[in-house]
Design a protein around this ligand. Structure first.
Ligand SMILES: Nc1nc2c(ncn2[C@@H]2O[C@H](COP(=O)(O)OP(=O)(O)OP(=O)(O)O)[C@@H](O)[C@H]2O)c(=O)[nH]1
Ligand SMILES: [Mg+2]
Length: 347
């Protein structure tokens, strides 16, 4: 699971990268992009671990990719810079919220750049398919497939030309499969993060920004990193002075994780308690595959306890069984966030 930090040059992507992952970006790798991992904090897992006291507690991680900033005025090189992002599962748009630049305007322009980069890819493909269709003596089946692809590509181009992202087309699974290899940026889930300076982080986000990105979040990223260097006493004094009630890093990682459409399930035991990253609402058999490919291939059933039931049973699987709250589910069971699961596979 990988998310790419994107935005205009100097919006604070590399600062956010360090804030989220704890790793300093290597300046020599700016052009090709660089990745580091961040734990996805989960208070529920912390509570479970405090009670069960396993030997090991493991939080699922998200890979964070720092990318070179886009030029606001010179668009020509932007599609190349955005190309680095294509393999990511989601996008975090970092907006400059510390120089007073208009936030909604930045986001609008940035989304146009994403469209522009996708348009270039889809238009190239349109030309290729059109050329193929000009060739004579090809099997009817191939022609049919090319015509279907071309019709879809043209629909996508029309959406781009009217300023709509590919995600607005509501592609069906078959259509998504056809365009999957293009890794369209405007099909990827997007989270907007406003990088605030030393003030303004408690102000509500502007309504015009929220109209474009209802789930947008904000944090004083650089300030938090500076405060983290201080001893406890000075930090608390500064935070009180500044009106910063808590660090927002953990909440931001969670907002990103859930914002790009992920959820977790839990495995619990004396050896290890752990969260596993899954696509929201996936089937049990797919969730099993997130632990190990074998578990999905040889899936037999899953024993599931809903998180709230687990809490109500005093975090005891035994108690859940006694009360009949430990359910047996099959392959197609739709996993819910924080379900406690035991996957059973054939040997
Ligand atoms: N005052 C202030 N400066 C910040 C803040 N966040 C980042 N900066 C500064 O802005 C400059 C750019 O920050 P970076 O994190 O390198 O921005 P970037 O988006 O990675 O830039 P490119 O990689 O060049 O696109 C640096 O000098 C940062 O120290 C902030 O909240 N307040
Ligand atoms: Mg940078």
């Amino acid at each position: 699971m990988k998310v790419g930090l994107v935005g205009y040059a100097g919006s604070g992507k590399s600062t956010v990268f360090e804030w989220l992952t704890g790793e300093k970006p290597d300046p020599s790798k700016i052009q090709q992009g660089q990745t580091a991992m961040a734990d996805v904090p989960d208070e529920r897992l912390a509570t479970v671990a405090a009670i069960i006291k396993p030997k090991k507690t493991t939080y699922t991680k998200v890979a964070v990719l720092d990318t070179p900033g886009l030029m606001a005025d010179e668009r020509k090189d932007n599609p190349r810079r955005l190309g680095i992002l294509r393999e990511g599962n989601g996008i975090v748009v970092v907006l400059d919220g510390f120089t007073g630049a208009d936030l909604a305007d930045q986001l609008r322009r940035f989304q146009e750049d994403l469209l522009f980069a996708d348009l270039e890819i889809v238009s190239n493909r349109v030309s290729k398919v059109e050329d193929k269709l000009k060739k004579k003596a090809r099997p009817a089946k191939e022609i049919e497939a090319d015509e279907a692809e071309l019709a879809l590509l043209k629909r996508i181009v029309a959406a781009f030309e009217s300023g709509k992202p590919a995600s607005a087309l509501g592609l069906n699974p078959e259509e998504e499969k056809l365009v999957r290899s293009f890794q369209l940026l405007t099909l990827k889930p997007e989270v907007v993060l406003v990088n605030r300076g030393d003030s303004g982080f408690n102000d509500p986000l502007p309504a015009d920004l929220l109209a474009l990105a209802p789930g947008a979040v904000q944090a004083p990223v650089k300030l938090e990193m500076e405060l983290a260097q201080l001893d406890d006493e000075s930090r608390q004094a500064f935070m009180a002075d500044l009106g910063l009630t808590e660090f927002r890093r953990d909440a931001t990682i969670r907002a990103i994780f859930y914002g790009v459409g992920r959820e977790v399930f839990f495995t619990v035991g004396e050896d290890e308690c752990r969260t596993w990253s899954i696509p929201k609402g996936c089937e049990a058999v797919e969730a099993a595959g997130c632990i190990h490919k074998d578990l999905s291939e040889k899936f037999v059933r899953a024993n599931v306890i809903g998180y709230d039931d687990f809490v109500a049973c005093g975090y005891s699987e035994k108690e859940a069984k006694t009360r009949g709250l430990n359910r047996t589910e099959g392959k197609t069971y739709l996993v819910k966030d924080a379900d406690i699961m035991h996957i059973l596979a054939s040997s």
